[in-house]
Design a binder for this molecule. Sequence first.
Ligand code: ADP
Ligand code: ADP
Length: 228
Amino acid sequence: MALLDVSDIHVRYGDMVALRGLSLKVEEGEVVCIIGPNGAGKSTTLAAIAGGVRPYRGEIRYDGQPILGTPPDKIATMGVSLVPEGRHIFGSLTVAENLIIGAYMRKDKAEVARDRERILALLPRLAERIDFPAGRLSGGEQQMLAVARAVMTRPKLLLVDEPSLGLAPKIVDQIYEILLELRKTEGLTLVINEQSSNRVLKFADRVNVLRQGEIRLAGTAAELADGA
Ligand code: ADP
Ligand code: ADP
């Protein structure tokens, strides 16, 4: 059984149809990328999975359960975490405080502290800046912090919206290496949106090309690289 099974979802904003019959299956432990230009419907897809946007047709199953219509906070407690585009860190709070905000709803504080140390061990640059205001971090460090904060909720499924936006290629590779390491150490499954496949083909297990609310092409990264 797939961890995530999105089946034929349709989303409309007023008269504007953003998704027209999108289907997507994600197996546990996979890294699946959704590639498409601005306006293709990538953010809407992640929002629909996380419960922020409600499809008027279709079905979404997570861990075997239908979740369409479930409120976002409930979906979060089921193990789905979204890293929105544009990082959304709290610039005047410190790195440590940003991490705590991600875990505020978790009860066992000793466990939260252990998770924090384990995640920071993968992120030495953040660990060194733990008491810095997050607004003073570089763009790449802010993206790392946004990911680390999302992982502090202990998700099974991490949805990441355009993590490479505005970052240099070398930094993008570092972000992806961290995401892959977190997949291993935290047992994550990843769905990642990107505008271009350039740098992600080597990191993704499977790729879906999205255009105007429809998946136009889907396959393993190797298959898509051959066809490109
Ligand atoms: P992407 O993430 O691929 O750039 P989006 O999912 O953000 O695409 O947007 C898909 C389409 O839906 C775009 O045409 C966008 O302008 C439109 N859209 C997204 N959010 C809204 C909204 N809240 N209200 C109206 N239209 C929206
Ligand atoms: P993305 O491409 O990731 O969706 P955008 O800049 O298009 O980023 O959207 C930023 C925010 O504005 C999102 O919350 C999106 O839902 C909303 N939005 C996008 N397009 C429209 C639109 N045409 N009308 C109203 N809201 C929109």
